[in-house]
Design a protein around this ligand. Structure first.
Ligand code: CUA
Length: 152
């Protein structure tokens, strides 16, 4: 004698219920996205000021540098500030993990996708400071440099 759990009829009903459940969930996702405008959180690099990377003057002698690391460059790759400036660095990555070491300073950060790391530096000596990626990030790693130009 066949048991109820093993009958093809019960299996068919379970299969139909599973498909209805999955279809219902897809319909709810579509409703949330299309009618309610709900979406999953975007990347940090999709929003300003990280969309392109920016140097913003917030006060005389005070700057915020929003830097995006990307294979194999920093955006922006040249920051120009006058001597005596204090710069707050906010750093992220739009692809893989990169390094951010400013030669001649204490600034040594890691650029991590979807995270923002911070350091502050004061530039009292005019000149061109090199920014170096110190995390191996692929075939262009050795060319990944940026500059901070401190004008007199
Ligand atoms: Cu970026 Cu190494």
């Amino acid at each position: 004698m066949e048991t109820a759990a093993g009958s093809p009829d019960v299996e068919k009903r379970i299969a139909v219920a599973s498909l209805l459940f999955a279809g219902g969930m897809l319909a709810l996702i579509a409703y949330a996205a299309l009618r309610l405008g709900i979406s999953v959180p975007g990347c940090v690099t999709n929003v300003k000021p990280f969309a392109a990377g920016e140097l913003i003057q917030v006060a005389p002698g005070r700057y915020e540098a929003h830097v995006v690391s990307k294979m194999w460059t920093f955006k922006p790759d040249l920051l120009k500030v006058p001597k005596g400036s204090v710069v707050d660095f906010y750093l992220t990555s739009s692809d893989v993990v990169h390094g951010f070491y400013i030669d001649g300073t204490d600034v040594n950060l890691t650029a991590i996708p979807n995270a923002v790391n911070y350091a502050q530096a004061r530039f009292d000596k005019p000149g061109k400071y090199q920014v170096i990626c110190h995390e191996f990030c692929g075939s262009g790693h050795h060319d990944m440099v940026g500059f901070i130009e401190v004008t007199p």
